[in-house]
Design a binder for this molecule. Structure first.
Ligand code: FAD
Length: 411
């Protein structure tokens, strides 16, 4: 029986742990939070996941919330007009071919962690350091690090300069979950509502949270600008007032989203900064042992395009396939590089899409978003990018191709 340890019980780590367990592998998960701590802790993400990523979870029988989680049926896009105008300059809606969904990670990860233990998986609680991995490397044949973003394992998994575009966070980000104040649910769009203005972005969507359905409101402010205004906020009430103000001032057509609502709970808000980075996913410990990064630990994107949780799932899928194919062969560096390369085949497109959205939109992208208003096929194609960003490469990365497509689609 092969012995594999996964550090981190998030979207990437738990999905791989449960997937391999189903194939008869003996998996150990080392994490810093129990299921109960996760469930009762602070909100973690807006975690909109799209069909391709969800399909892998369904294939593993891990879609425990289908039927209860509100569907994300489409994308509603709006771009602010000139200062002083309240209507968007560009506005369109497009259905997703298959619905997405967002299950609060506090629900999903606590349920998955419990399920994993119930199925006989070993869970150890510890906040690991890179040094602690030495002991794991002696005990296990394969050490996977799925401990999320942030600098904690940054020295172990070096920044890949050739694939990393930014060296610092590009946005002040924030999130709040809101619920109706009365028994009537507001008339929310059952999809992702996306707002764009000169100072940043906004997206909202229905989420299945710890106490039932909520709406997740995500704000993304250009560094130092008027939407980068969250760092002094310490409670959900203050946050809610700021959110109302930002919507009124910067996305006025979306201001009704908060009418008749209140914060879902005292821990249902967060703010911070995320540095997008692609790392060398193979780390070498002092002893010379190799360890493999996955999910955000390997590739961290700004959440602007809603890709991180989706990529964490794709990473679990890619690594699972490679582990199964490896059979009884050693989990050596070659195996690790093959695993990451398979993930990068998918992740490179999400990374490019996310990074480009952080930069001022070039002329052909503005033309695409504007044409989407009158040509449903263009809106439809753009909306599907969230599910499958591979179409972005070669379309919106190429000005001539994008303009040619618009001409053809408009006829
Ligand atoms: C505000 C916000 C909104 C977002 N919206 C979306 C969205 O709409 N769609 C989307 O796809 N993505 C979104 N994301 C990104 C998404 O949440 C992440 O990309 C995804 O959760 C990454 O999964 P992961 O398993 O790699 O890491 P994580 O989910 O961060 O999991 C890491 C795990 O490791 C554990 N851990 C951490 N350090 C240690 C340690 N030292 N020792 C042991 N255990 C440790 C943690 O407790 C956790 O269990 C959003 C992120 C944020 C912050």
């Amino acid at each position: 029986m092969r012995r594999i340890v996964i550090v981190g019980a998030g979207q990437a780590g738990m999905l791989l742990a449960l997937g391999l367990q189903r194939h008869g592998y003996q998996i150990t998960v080392v994490t810093d939070r129990s299921a109960e701590e996760l469930r009762t802790g602070r909100v973690l993400s807006n975690q909109c996941m799209f069909d391709k990523a969800l399909r892998f979870e369904r294939d593993q029988g891990l879609n425990f919330w289908d039927g209860r989680v509100p569907p994300v049926n489409g994308i509603a896009f709006g771009a602010a007009g000139e200062a002083g105008t309240t209507s968007p300059a560009i506005s369109w809606q497009a259905p997703l071919d298959n619905p997405g969904q967002s299950v609060d990670q506090r629900v999903k990860m606590s349920d998955w962690l419990t399920e994993f233990a119930d199925r006989g998986g070993e869970v150890r609680f510890s906040r690991m350091t890179p040094e602690d991995l030495e002991e794991l490397a002696r005990e296990f044949e394969l050490v996977l690090v799925a401990a999320g973003r942030g600098p904690q394992f940054g020295k172990l998994f070096a920044r890949d300069d050739s694939r990393s575009v930014f060296s610092e966070p590009q946005r002040g980000i924030s999130l709040i979950y809101v619920v109706p104040t009365g028994s009537e649910a507001p008339d929310w769009y059952q999809g992702v509502t996306f707002g764009l203005c000169a100072d940043g972005e906004f997206f909202s969507l229905p989420v299945l949270s710890v106490n039932g359905p909520v709406h997740g409101l995500y704000f993304s402010g250009i560094n130092g600008g008027p939407i980068d205004c969250w760092s002094d906020i310490t409670d959900a009430g203050q946050f809610f007032e700021q959110a109302e103000k930002v919507l009124r001032n910067h996305f006025p057509w979306l201001a009704p989203i908060t009418e008749g609502t209140q914060p879902a709970g005292p821990l249902d808000f967060l703010h911070g900064r995320i540095s997008p980075v692609v790392r060398d996913a193979v780390g070498t410990l002092d002893s010379g042992a190799k360890v493999l990064a996955m999910g955000d630990t390997a590739v961290t994107n700004d959440p602007i395009a809603g890709q991180g949780a989706n990529m964490a799932a794709h990473c679990a899928a890619a690594y699972q396939r490679t582990i199964l194919e490896q059979g009884a062969e050693p989990f050596d560096e070659q195996f690790m590089r093959r695993s990451f390369d398979r993930f990068w085949d998918t992740a490179q497109h999400a990374t490019r899409f996310s990074n480009d959205l952080l930069l001022p939109a070039p002329r052909h992208v503005v033309a695409t978003l504007a044409t989407a208003q009158t040509v449903p096929a263009v809106a439809h194609r753009f909306a599907q990018l969230f599910n499958d960003p591979s179409d972005y490469t070669g379309w919106l990365t190429d000005e001539a191709a994008a303009m040619q497509y618009l001409t053809a689609a408009s006829q």
